[in-house]
Design a binder for this molecule. Structure first.
Ligand code: TYD
Ligand code: MG
Length: 454
């Protein structure tokens, strides 16, 4: 029997059954090579007919204690990790270049080293002198972190094997180069194989490993997405360039809740933790402008107040603009459609700009009512009272649906000095938050009550 050959593209990993000079999928030249089977020679018998080792089986009742964790004492980081660093875990920290990943991880490395973990920081991007300069700027020169500037994965693994650290930080995975893979550093196959080697090494040697990954917009360098499935925890470090706020968000965590966030501020001396993010995301609230609405949101396990700002103005363009920062564009379109068809408030011929202040991204549908309020407030040029927070999910019928954690939302608003909350009818409340609660069954009632329109 002639066995079919298989070829794969090293740039995009597409699979073909014949060689060609150019990949049909990603148009890359000279990227296709043959995939050699693991063993050559005559075809082997099927696995089932060969003897392997018996695997130990156990029942569902776990006898194992929860993993011991090490806290860095950087609370914002520990919370995002699910309560501290788990031994032998693999963590991916992704984010745009220049957002502050190296700064964050050098600070974290210093903290973990200070509390007794043997920590090695390997930079593939900067020289040791550059990292030392940053450490000086951050006031971390006394921390017992060991440092190397290296990209050769074989040498790195040999070093880690000899040193046996508790924690290794690899900055970044895209600079790592495995000499047994025939493609350039940063390509899909290199990134994937480097991540695989490092994570399996970490599990085998009881070492925690943090991989830094740049998010890239062009296809030249492989983004961190392709290795998300290999690691236990995926954190993204986000923020707007012009803003000093940075948000570390857990999008996957085998050892804790996903969607947890940690908030930092980039200062001249590194990242500072922000213990009370609500105060930070709200602008001066004495005289709110029309279009400004405070939403009482939940990020992970924490309530966070954020300000939605809308600007609705007559459009000079033949096609009116819809521009959104920090919120989902298609969700905005839906809310505009509901306002138009259920409340009779048209937005045709009007440009709509929607922004979440402070550079945070909001994903909760619970913000629907706050978005609708901001849009109507700007369109009608009527401000919402300064002491009011808003939340509620909108259905296409225009009805308002109660959202989760109503009480936490109310408590946070009360703590920050708000006195009124507008929420959907039937919201679950058992204790008094001290806020005046105005419950609305649907959007039409809300618009009529608050703006006297609709
Ligand atoms: P960096 O950690 O190098 O980003 P990344 O590793 O994600 O590419 O951070 C780069 C930016 O952070 C750079 O523009 C300078 C700024 N920065 C500060 O504002 N304060 C500091 O103390 C440090 C070290 C960096
Ligand atoms: Mg960096």
């Amino acid at each position: 029997m002639v066995k079919a050959k298989s070829f794969t593209c090293s740039a995009c990993n597409a699979v073909f059954n014949k060689w060609s000079g150019r990949c049909d999928t990603c148009s890359e030249w000279n990227s296709i090579s043959e995939v050699k089977p693991l063993t050559s020679g005559p075809a082997k018998k099927s696995l089932g007919s060969m003897r392997g080792n018996r695997v130990a089986l156990s029942d569902l009742a776990s006898q194992q204690a929860p993993p011991p964790r090490t806290r860095s004492m950087m609370n914002e980081l520990d919370r995002v990790l699910g309560g501290g660093l788990v031994p032998a875990s693999a963590i991916l920290v992704g984010g745009d270049p220049g957002i502050g990943k190296s700064t964050l991880l050098l600070q974290a490395a210093a903290r973990f080293a200070d509390v007794g973990l043997k920590t090695i920081y390997i930079s593939g991007e900067e020289s040791t002198a550059q990292v030392q300069m940053r450490a000086r700027r951050l006031g971390l020169t006394k921390a017992p972190v060991q440092l190397a500037s290296e990209t050769n994965l074989r040498d790195i693994l040999t070093t880690l094997e000899a040193e046996k650290p508790d924690l290794a930080i690899i900055d970044s995975i895209q600079t790592m180069w495995a000499d047994n893979v025939e493609s350039a550093p940063g390509s899909v196959s290199q990134v994937r194989s480097a991540a695989h080697e490092l994570t399996t090494f970490a599990k085998r040697n009881n070492m925690a490993v943090v991989l830094v990954g740049h998010v890239t917009k062009d296809g030249q360098i492989a983004g961190p997405r392709i290795i998300e499935h290999m690691v236990d925890t995926v954190l993204y470090f986000e923020g707007e360039r012009g803003h000093q706020f940075r948000i570390l968000r857990a999008v996957k965590n085998r050892f804790g809740p996903a969607d947890e966030i940690g908030v930092f501020e980039m200062t001249g001396a590194g990242l500072a933790e922000v213990a009370n993010p609500s105060a930070l995301f709200l602008s001066d609230r004495d005289n709110p402008a029309p279009g400004s609405v405070v939403f009482s949101g939940i990020e992970g396990t924490r309530p966070v107040l954020v300000e939605f700002q809308a600007l609705v103005s007559p459009s000079p363009h033949s096609q009116a603009r819809r521009t959104v920062v920090g919120w989902d564009g298609s969700r905005l379109a839906m809310i505009l459609a509901v306002l138009e068809s259920r409340c009779g408030i048209p937005f045709a011929g009007l440009d709509v700009y929607l922004n979440v202040a402070g550079g945070i991204k909001v994903n909760e549908p619970a913000a629907d009512l706050a978005v609708a309020a901001a849009l109507v407030s700007s369109r009608e040029d009527v401000s919402l009272p300064a002491d009011t927070v808003v939340f509620g999910e909108l259905s296409l019928s225009g009805a308002l649906r109660p959202v989760n954690q109503t009480e936490n939302r109310l408590k946070e608003a009360s703590k920050l000095g708000f006195s009124t909350a507008i929420a959907p009818s039937r919201s679950k409340i058992t204790s008094d938050s001290g806020l005046t609660l105005r419950q609305m069954p649907d959007l039409t009632t809300f618009v009529g009550d608050i703006f006297g329109a609709g």
